[in-house]
Design a protein around this ligand. Structure first.
Ligand SMILES: [Zn+2]
Length: 66
């Protein structure tokens, strides 16, 4: 088992912790279906990016195997 070699001062510890904040998630609206999507990525719901369908989306409702 390894232990910290030296005790960190209060200010050192706090300064390090100042970088631990979480970033706010950036959300975009799909121009086609209006769902919230990540920017610069194809929409996971309709597969559209930059005005055209770039990925094929399988239907969520499964009606038998095809
Ligand atoms: Zn979409």
């Amino acid at each position: 088992m390894s232990l910290p070699a030296k005790r960190r001062s209060r200010s050192e510890a706090r300064r390090g912790r100042s970088h631990q904040a979480l970033k706010k998630v950036v959300l975009f609206k799909c121009p086609k279906c209006g769902k919230a999507i990540l920017p610069h990525r194809a929409c996971g719901f309709c597969g559209f990016y930059n005005g055209r369908e770039v990925i094929k989306i399988k239907l969520a409702t499964k009606k038998g195997k095809q």
